[in-house]
Write a protein that binds this ligand. Structure first.
Ligand SMILES: Nc1ncnc2c1ncn2[C@@H]1O[C@H](COP(=O)(O)OP(=O)(O)OP(=O)(O)O)[C@@H](O)[C@H]1O
Ligand SMILES: [Mg+2]
Length: 451
């Protein structure tokens, strides 16, 4: 071993000790709690004496398995078996060969997010398996892994880790609660389960913990899940930090110093049947300190020709150009900010149309495809920024964005199934939410780090 892990907490020690006796070992909890470090270590100990030649590591995809289990920030399987492990292929599949105490062992690397992933490991008998972020994997994949280990009875070792989701998420019901029931009925059943938080990770200094906590909105669903490690339903308003105190986020156009803006972007979401086209413009102050939403506009899609749409876009950008792009420095020099547009990539023809129209109008802008990062990451970012009071909206020109953020809600039907999905049935203006998110999603890491 190159890196020696730091001391395990009493809870982690108990989990490691129990894993010697138990066939199913699950660590659930908040972020940076040490779940991967502890489970990777337990997996290696089990692999040393694995009764089968074939063993398994998995995550939502192969990369997740490699990063969380093989690498694990220097404390993973590669570290433990340093000098005794080499990558290779096993029956055409990505794998690692390990010289364990009892001889050579192979570890197949698998992805488990898709329903088709179950077939990848069908037919193997596996004794030691570790599935990271297991509640993000497909239920059929989890079932398949458990089935593939049956023949080893209580000599098999299955490890899993997961972050909390909704209380009624399928993983809680089908896996954790089911095996907890069995364990209650028979104390020798072999289910080792524990919940952990950052506080159980002895390697984190108070300063590190404080800097992690700064990136999460206190009282939000992420706080409950990622910090406290609790299951929590996503219900009610998506942007509650904003919607509950709208006035706090509005600034008067006349009182706003446009020279504080150093970067400007426009987000475009395309409407279609029943929905609308939306434009949102935002500015950043220096160092990603503040995000100022300058204007938002809705363009009714019905009956509008593409040319009419391009004209509306050109007018919107021209207005932003005139109002916010020309800055006079105190020394008398002038700078003109260039506008970047991020448009929903689903409509390449319309994007090309915007490019042509922009050129013809001599607009000072560049048009890119929106990154379209996961919606929940975008929502989390906005809530974080609102929680840190780093978001402002120009009161007079962002009416549609104010309405959109104060009415967006989580889908209660999906919540019953344990899923976090923003309701998109036409009752709220998701199109404006999307356009606003396209203007900041690419900078998620930088905005977060600035907190
Ligand atoms: N025993 C330990 N010794 C040294 N470092 C540790 C130890 N446990 C955890 N760490 C450090 O803490 C970091 C977080 O641990 P880990 O990745 O296992 O957390 P996690 O619970 O899987 O978090 P997440 O839910 O965010 O994936 C690790 O990258 C590692 O640097
Ligand atoms: Mg992890």
């Amino acid at each position: 071993m190159k890196n020696i892990p730091c001391a395990f907490s009493p809870k982690e020690k108990k989990y490691l000790l129990n894993s010697k006796e138990c066939w199913l070992n699950i660590l659930k909890g908040g972020m940076r709690a040490g779940k991967n470090v502890v489970n990777s270590f337990a997996f290696c100990l089990a692999l040393e004496t694995s009764p089968s030649y074939v063993n398994l590591i998995a995550g939502v995809d192969q990369a997740a398995a490699r990063i969380n289990i093989m690498e694990c920030d220097g404390f993973g399987v590669l570290n433990y078996f340093h000098g005794r492990i080499r990558p290779g292929k096993f029956e055409g599949k990505d794998a690692y060969y390990v010289q364990a105490k009892v001889g050579e062992r192979v570890i197949i690397v698998a992805g488990g997010r898709k329903v088709s992933d179950a077939a990848y490991i069908k037919g193997y008998t596996i004794a030691v398996a570790y599935i990271t972020e297991s509640n993000e994997c497909h239920p059929d994949f989890i079932e398949m892994v458990l089935t593939r280990t049956w023949s080893f009875g209580n000599r098999r070792r299955v490890f899993m880790d997961l972050n909390p989701k909704a209380p009624n998420h399928w993983f809680n019901e089908k896996v954790i609660n089911r095996h907890l029931d069995e364990q209650r009925k028979d104390s020798t059943y072999g289910f080792n389960f524990d919940t952990v938080t950052m506080a159980d990770n002895m390697s984190l200094s108070n300063e590190t913990i404080r800097s992690i906590l700064k990136t999460i909105q206190r009282g939000s669903i992420e706080w409950d899940r990622n910090v406290l490690g609790l299951d929590k339903v996503a219900e009610g308003l998506c942007f509650s930090p904003f919607a509950k105190h709208i006035e706090d986020f509005l600034i008067d156009k006349d009182k706003f110093d446009k020279n504080s803006i150093v970067n400007i972007a426009v987000g475009v979401d395309w409407g279609g049947n029943g929905s609308q086209h939306t434009f949102v413009c935002r500015g950043y102050t220096s160092n990603y300190r503040e995000v100022i939403f300058l204007a938002s506009e809705i363009v009714i899609a019905k009956g509008l020709t593409p040319d009419e749409l391009y004209k509306k876009y050109v007018e919107f950008v021209q207005k932003m150009n005139t109002e916010y792009c020309l800055h006079l420095n105190p020394n008398g020099t002038r700078i003109r900010l260039k506008i970047s547009t991020f448009a929903d990539s689903a409509e390449q023809t319309l994007i090309n149309g915007l490019r042509v129209a922009s050129k013809r109008a001599y607009l000072n802008n560049e048009i890119y495809n929106a990154a379209k990062r996961p919606i929940n990451d975008r929502i989390r970012l906005i809530n974080l920024l609102c929680g840190q009071h780093r978001v402002k909206l120009i009161k007079q020109d962002t009416k549609s964005l104010q309405d959109a953020w104060s009415t967006a809600v989580w889908d209660s039907k999906e919540a019953e199934l344990g899923n976090d999905v923003r309701l998109d049935n036409g009752t709220s203006d998701i199109d404006t939410c999307d356009a606003a998110e396209y203007t900041i999603e690419r900078d998620l890491e930088k905005l977060q780090a600035m907190g």
